[in-house]
Design a protein around this ligand. Structure first.
Ligand code: FES
Length: 276
């Protein structure tokens, strides 16, 4: 069947995993006979029947995951309603929308992923995509930070990635906790401490705006050019379809022109990334 990106498809929640006290990952199967292909960084409009619809980034990879995954923080009316659902319940999914990370353009390069909190969702999709063809990329560094151990999303997966010898993982929590042997401090400090090389490198970052602000500053000090730093501004989106006018960054609309931007695209806008 031809896919119509404006039509919501009926989908079923196959599995729900609690990641943190307010984040869950939903594994979703589209119940209609369509090829639902998407890129890391793209998003879908997810509807909870009778409660509304909201934009949510994919946290899975089309390349290696059979089911679509959405990792969702309980934050507004629709996401609260989504968190109340159980495996077997049905939702609507339409999309995919947005541009996504141009990962295939980065083959042969070093990749530096820098995530904070639930901002890791689109980066997880990108990491899974990249690891499905690991040999196409050079060095891979993954930074991730959360306020506390309780708030680490994708915790088991991050620990499994730490055990691999073909990439480097640098985890952090904001404040000291008993039993935590990794870095204590904010994500930008961890980036400054490790100082990943900017040579032949691309950095992808997503997380709270204040984290992105200082991560970008540190990356620039390490020699990254503005067009070598990419971020997803998915958190700016509301309606997701160009109607509400609430996602603009200067003349750009996050939902229509993004949500993925290189830093040189947004730094020139009157509303710079530091103010988002
Ligand atoms: S999210 Fe509503 S116009 Fe972009």
């Amino acid at each position: 069947m031809d896919k119509n990106i404006y039509k919501p498809y009926l989908a079923e929640l196959r599995e729900i995993k609690r990641e943190t006290p307010d984040v869950k990952t939903f594994k979703v199967e589209i119940l209609e006979d369509i090829d639902f292909n998407y890129l890391p960084g793209q998003f879908a409009m997810v509807s909870v029947f009778g409660r509304g619809e909201c934009p949510i980034s994919f946290s899975s990879s089309n390349f290696r995951d059979d089911l679509i995954e959405f990792s969702v923080k309980r934050l507004g009316k629709v996401t609260v309603a989504l968190h109340e659902l159980e495996a077997g319940d049905r939702i609507g999914v339409r999309g995919p929308y947005g541009n996504g990370f141009p990962i295939d353009d980065w083959k042969g390069k070093n990749l530096v992923f820098i995530g904070g909190g639930i901002g890791q969702a689109p980066l997880r999709s990108s990491i899974r995509h990249v690891l499905a063809e690991r040999e196409s990329f050079d060095r891979i560094d993954i930074f991730y930070g959360a306020p506390s151990t309780e708030e680490i999303v994708f915790e088991d997966e991050l620990y499994q990635l730490e055990d691999r010898n073909d990439l480097n993982v640098y985890l952090s929590i904001d404040e000291k906790e008993g039993g935590w042997s990794r870095f204590v401090g904010f994500v930008p400090e961890n980036v400054e401490r490790i100082a990943p090389s900017s040579e032949n490198s691309i950095a992808l970052t997503c997380g709270p705006p204040v984290m992105i602000k200082f991560v970008v500053k540190n990356l620039k000090e390490l020699g990254f050019e503005s067009d070598e730093i990419f971020t997803s501004l998915e958190m700016k989106m509301k309606c997701g379809v160009g109607k509400c006018g609430r996602c603009n960054v200067g003349s750009l609309y996050v939902c229509k022109d993004g949500p993925v931007f290189s830093y040189d695209q947004v730094q020139e806008s009157p509303l710079s990334i530091e103010e988002i």
